[in-house]
Design a protein around this ligand. Structure first.
Ligand SMILES: NC(=O)c1ccc[n+]([C@@H]2O[C@H](COP(=O)([O-])OP(=O)(O)OC[C@H]3O[C@@H](n4cnc5c(N)ncnc54)[C@H](O)[C@@H]3O)[C@@H](O)[C@H]2O)c1
Length: 272
């Protein structure tokens, strides 16, 4: 496979590390910010050497497209999704959008869908940090969904977010809910922490109807995602205790494996 990567931070690096443990990609194209190329090159030529038979670094979508990727993974954030993903989709190349929270912006959601339709490509929304998205998405067809999500992370994982203005994160002794609202509000206010709320909304009841609580908990066993679904067809509750990823406490480790799954499902004879 020829893989394109938009963003080369925590997820991108860990993903390539996992790929390097298995079969190498035929070619890898990494889109990095201007100024980040040297550091990226040394990682690709060093510890990530085994990830691809050849690689290139580019700084815009035109460079990415010139390398003819079979699939592009966005793992950079809202602004990168907005800047680069539409051109990739218009060129007929599928995009795995890890920053699902970016779709809480209705204009960007419409632009990405239009670009995908124009290019005959697909915008693929991975399960990311959460699970049972297949079931939620399937139940959505039956209507009448009630979805309640609670995101629980250690206080440090909420640093640099509006939670830090509501709570004294450094001295928090008890669990504290600092946000209650819908998934659109959560994904907009906490773009690096509430992608799960967006993924659940997109799979199930929509941004407005998906209820969200965000909590800081000093005794959280990691990044915990729990949600319950009530529907005419089935009810379920799921709780996932994620380890934080080593390069970014805000990102749950399962996210990286979820993206790896999207790639593997396009390589082997069976997709699951
Ligand atoms: N779907 C999910 O469940 C889920 C879970 C965790 C994280 N995420 C999202 O994935 C994204 C990446 O997470 P991460 O932990 O790797 O973050 P990170 O901050 O470690 O890495 C992001 C990288 O993207 C780069 N970047 C930002 N804007 C760019 C641009 N315009 N062009 C090129 N590079 C750009 C940054 O310099 C950085 O290197 C975030 O948006 C995060 O919200 C989604």
């Amino acid at each position: 496979m020829r893989l394109g990567l938009i963003g080369f931070g925590n997820i991108g690096t860990a993903l390539l590390g996992l790929i390097a443990e298995g079969a190498p990609l035929d070619h890898l194209t990494v889109l990095v910010r201007p100024g980040a190329a040297d550091a990226a090159r040394s990682r690709l030529d060093g510890e990530l050497k085994g990830a691809a038979r050849s690689h290139a670094l580019v700084s815009d979508a035109a460079g990415l497209l010139a390398d003819r990727p079979d699939l592009v993974v966005e793992c950079a954030g809202h602004s990168a999704a907005e800047a680069h993903a539409p051109a990739v989709l218009r060129a007929g190349i599928d995009v795995v959008l890890v920053s699902t929270g970016a779709l809480a912006d209705p204009a960007l959601e419409a632009a990405l869908k239009a670009a995908a339709a124009e290019g005959g490509a697909r915008l693929i929304l991975p399960a990311g940090a959460v699970g049972a998205i297949d079931l939620l998405s399937a139940l959505g067809a039956g209507g009448g969904l009630e979805v309640r999500y609670r995101g629980i992370k250690p206080p440090a994982a909420w640093a640099g977010t509006p939670a830090a203005e509501i709570l004294d994160l450094a001295s928090l002794a008890e669990p504290a809910i600092f946000f209650t609202g819908n998934a659109r509000e959560a994904a907009t206010a906490y773009p690096k922490n509430a992608n799960v709320a967006a993924t659940l909304a997109l799979a199930g009841a929509g941004f407005e109807a998906t209820r969200v609580e965000l909590m800081a908990d000093p005794s959280a066993p990691g990044n915990v995602h729990e949600y319950s679904v009530v529907s005419p067809i089935a009810n379920y509750t799921i709780r996932i205790e994620n380890k934080p990823s080593s390069g970014n406490a805000k990102t749950s480790a399962t996210t990286i494996y979820s993206v790896l799954r999207e790639i593997r499902n396009r390589l082997g004879p069976v997709a699951i």
